[in-house]
Design a protein around this ligand. Structure first.
Ligand code: MN
Length: 241
């Protein structure tokens, strides 16, 4: 049985083709899997588990059927959907994962991350990340009405778009020193993350040993997943729609 890793679907009511591709993935390629790991930015935005929008309801329904079929479902926060909470997880039949999380995969330990914390050169974003992960800030935000939260989410997205268009390419990517630091800290030779939208498999050396950083792809024109079987890892993509 295979284990699958996906991230950065950015599910959004404006992109029904991606939602459809995700549901097709659950019913097709990923049906009967051992486990599915969603490593953040599953939603383009998440304003709280009380969100009653049709997309939220529909996705929860599909995830619940999927996990109900016997697949272990795991969910990590990204920088867009950091407000996904225990209520969502419970209804979807998913387990929320800390970022980072180590996992035994076959014979090895791998490290799972969303990847935003690796982009340490982006000081502006790192400051926002600290704020967004602060439980008190989250509580204050969740105390606002759904309508207010939707407006705030739209503002944050616009601000981030204009910020990112001014940023150099390299500060939007991971910092190699930080990658090596977390891999050493967690004593792993393989790291799987998303966030940067630069799907690839990068060879590196950790403690004199060959190691690998696998970057999952964002779902846009193509859908992406990492498929893990007993002795193989395969980064796969296929056209959306
Ligand atoms: Mn992200």
């Amino acid at each position: 049985m295979s284990t699958y890793f996906i991230s950065d679907l950015h599910l959004d009511e404006k992109r029904p083709d991606i939602t459809r591709a995700f549901f097709d993935f659950l019913h097709g390629r990923a049906a009967g899997a051992e486990a599915l790991y969603i490593l953040g930015d599953f939603f383009e935005a998440w304003v709280g588990d009380d969100d009653d929008a049709p997309l939220a309801r529909e996705v929860i329904g599909e995830l619940s059927r999927y996990s109900g079929s016997g697949v272990e479902l795991y969910l990590m926060h990204g920088n867009r959907d950091f407000l996904l909470g225990t209520d969502f997880a419970q209804r979807a039949g998913a387990t929320l994962l800390q970022d980072p999380t180590t996992l035994s995969l076959g014979n090895e330990r791998v490290l799972l991350m969303h990847g935003d914390s690796l982009c340490t050169l982006d000081k502006e974003y790192m400051a926002f990340r600290r704020q967004a992960r602060d439980p008190k800030w989250q509580q204050e935000l969740l105390a606002k009405s759904l309508q207010e939260r939707r407006a705030i989410a739209a503002q944050i997205r616009m601000a981030s778009k204009s910020m990112n268009s001014r940023k150099a390419e390299d500060i939007m990517d991971v910092t190699q020193d930080e990658v090596e630091r977390v891999m050493l800290e967690h004593n792993v030779l393989r790291l799987i993350h998303g966030h940067t939208h630069r799907p690839a498999r990068h060879a590196l050396t950790i403690n004199g040993e060959p190691a690998e950083r696998i970057v999952l792809g964002d779902w846009d024109k193509n859908a992406w997943c990492l498929k893990a079987d007993k002795d193989s890892l395969e980064l796969i993509h296929w056209p959306v729609g």
